[in-house]
Write a protein that binds this ligand. Structure first.
Ligand code: NDP
Length: 283
């Protein structure tokens, strides 16, 4: 009986997590991708290119974006453009959206992925930094999404928001960053309800990532975190598939979903387990 029950559970999990992604759904799709110069954003740019998308890339550093653009064209992107923008400027989201709509003549996927630099250490009382980070990691997402929504409604498109485990479960050394990611969940999960109530066919996919092996993340967490980092290219593909299949939320690695389910059941044990992953003496 126990074996039978276990088999049924595995079968159900396999059913819910089956891969329904159709690469053709991305071929020719018009994509605006932020934070595209390095890390997971760069990897997403390459995957979208292999699937034959039309892409606008954005970040601050033009030399890096130029290189990413050239590689995207080699990999098969139908069209690629880039625009330099600093999302700490309140005007940047509108300028980027204007550029993207001009170049792509519409939009199917808006991928919000950029983050501002933030220290990985104990809270030191720097309120100004938190204010700045809110602008880059949260308010610019809201502004980009708000400018894109009417266009995405026309194309029945996808709004893909890259978040983190620290946007679902609080962890040490990430006070301001964690706050910006929790804010994304609050805003976009509420917006998802409103779009459904208005019968607007725009999907919102929130992506919950664990530790990923980007240069930035490895450098910050070295000696401070006892966790393995997962490959950026796989994280990028999981995000793209989530958006293309119109998933509500995606988790990478997959077991983060279980962790989030258990989050509120055993809060004390949860906090002890989380603290055991961190080296307090280094921060
Ligand atoms: P990276 O630091 O590698 O990339 C960040 C991107 O954002 C770069 O393209 C950077 O380009 C851009 N950026 C930085 N500051 C600004 C700014 N002020 N305005 C516009 N663009 C800016 O980060 P990751 O690839 O690691 O992270 C990508 C996403 O994944 C983020 O949302 C992050 O929260 C999430 N994530 C990552 C994890 C990890 O372990 N790596 C874990 C959990 C979530 P430029 O400097 O040229 O502007």
């Amino acid at each position: 009986k126990a074996l039978c029950a276990a088999g049924m559970i595995v079968g159900l999990l396999a059913f819910f997590w089956r891969d329904t992604f159709n690469p053709d759904s991305i071929s020719g799709a018009r994509v605006l991708l932020t934070g595209a110069s390095t890390g997971i954003g760069e990897q997403m740019a390459y995957h979208y290119s292999r699937f034959g998308a039309e892409i606008v890339l954005t970040a601050r550093r033009g030399t890096l974006l130029q290189k990413v653009m050239e590689k995207c064209l080699q990999l098969g992107a139908k069209k690629v453009f880039y625009i330099q923008a600093d999302m700490s400027s309140p005007q940047a989201p509108e300028e980027v959206m204007h550029f993207a709509l001009q170049k792509l003549v519409g939009l199917d996927h808006l991928v919000l992925n950029h983050i501002g630099g933030t220290p990985f250490r104990m809270w030191d009382g720097d309120v100004e930094h938190t204010r700045w980070l809110m602008q880059v990691n949260f308010l610019s997402y809201v502004a980009l999404a708000s400018a894109a929504l009417p266009i995405l409604a026309e194309s029945k498109g996808s709004l893909i928001v890259v978040s983190s485990l620290t946007g679902k479960i609080s962890t040490p050394f990430t006070t301001s960053y964690s706050a910006t990611k929790f804010a994304l969940d609050g805003f976009f999960s509420s917006l998802r309800h409103e779009l459904a109530m208005q019968k607007q066919d725009v999907c919102i996919t929130l992506c919950i990532l664990g530790l990923i092996d980007t240069e930035m993340a490895l450098e910050k967490t070295r000696g401070k975190v006892y966790m393995s980092a997962y490959p950026a290219s796989e994280a990028a593909l999981t995000i793209i598939k989530g958006g293309a299949t119109r998933a509500r939320e995606v988790f990478y690695p997959w077991w983060l979903e279980l962790l989030c389910c258990l989050r509120d059941w055993f809060p004390n044990q949860r906090d002890v387990v989380i603290q055991s992953f961190y080296n307090y003496t280094s921060a």
